[in-house]
Design a protein around this ligand. Structure first.
Ligand code: HEM
Length: 163
């Protein structure tokens, strides 16, 4: 694949995927805020996590738009950002390479690293728990709790029905 073709697909397909992800995230954040029981189960760390998650995705899209040369000169991140990232995994970090990268890549990576740091203290930790038991556990039986019980669910969507 040529450089040009790579950048075109990164910008076009990447933008579609990025905007779709942000839209989905907005819907989930709306649900988390507007449904009483869901909101009550949301910690301060979870809220902070959303800031970094949206920030990392937005900064990544911004970096691709600028770095690909869509608006001005392109930047070859494979010589700095990519080599730096690889250097961490071989335990020979080369931070000086990131110092050479444009600010928009530095910001993207800093937000991403902050996200990785708070990850275990937020509900994103579920990404590391393999739900193996899910395949073998008995079915969960759902039964209606009746109208009286439903009214107890203050702030939930059930209570708002019919308004
Ligand atoms: C330290 C870790 C990371 C590094 C080194 C990194 C590096 C990069 C680089 C070099 C690009 C440009 C790719 C291109 O233009 O072809 C990019 C794009 C992007 N990154 Fe990251 N990234 C990191 C973490 C993350 C995280 C944690 C997220 C989201 C949670 C994220 C979301 C994105 C998005 C959405 C794009 C745009 C992709 C596109 O439009 O094609 N990145 N990142």
């Amino acid at each position: 694949m040529s450089h040009h073709a790579y950048h075109v697909q990164a910008v076009v397909l990447g933008s579609i995927a990025g905007v779709t992800t942000l839209t989905g995230l907005a819907l989930l954040i709306y649900r988390r805020r507007s449904r009483g029981p869901v909101f009550m189960a949301t910690t301060v760390n979870d809220k902070l996590m959303y800031v970094f998650l949206v920030g990392a995705i937005s900064a990544g899209l911004y970096a691709t738009a600028l770095g690909s040369g869509t608006f001005g000169e392109s930047y070859n991140y494979r010589e700095t950002v990519s080599v730096w990232f690889r250097s961490i995994w071989v335990l020979q970090p080369r931070g000086e390479l990131m110092a050479l990268a444009p600010l928009y890549y530095q910001l993207h990576v800093m937000i991403a690293l902050a996200l990785f740091a708070i990850w275990p203290f937020t509900r994103l930790v579920h990404a590391f728990s393999a739900p193996v038991a899910y395949l073998f556990r008995p079915y969960v039986v759902y039964r209606s709790r009746g109208v009286a019980a439903r009214k107890e669910l203050v702030g939930s969507h059930l209570q708002r029905r019919g308004r």
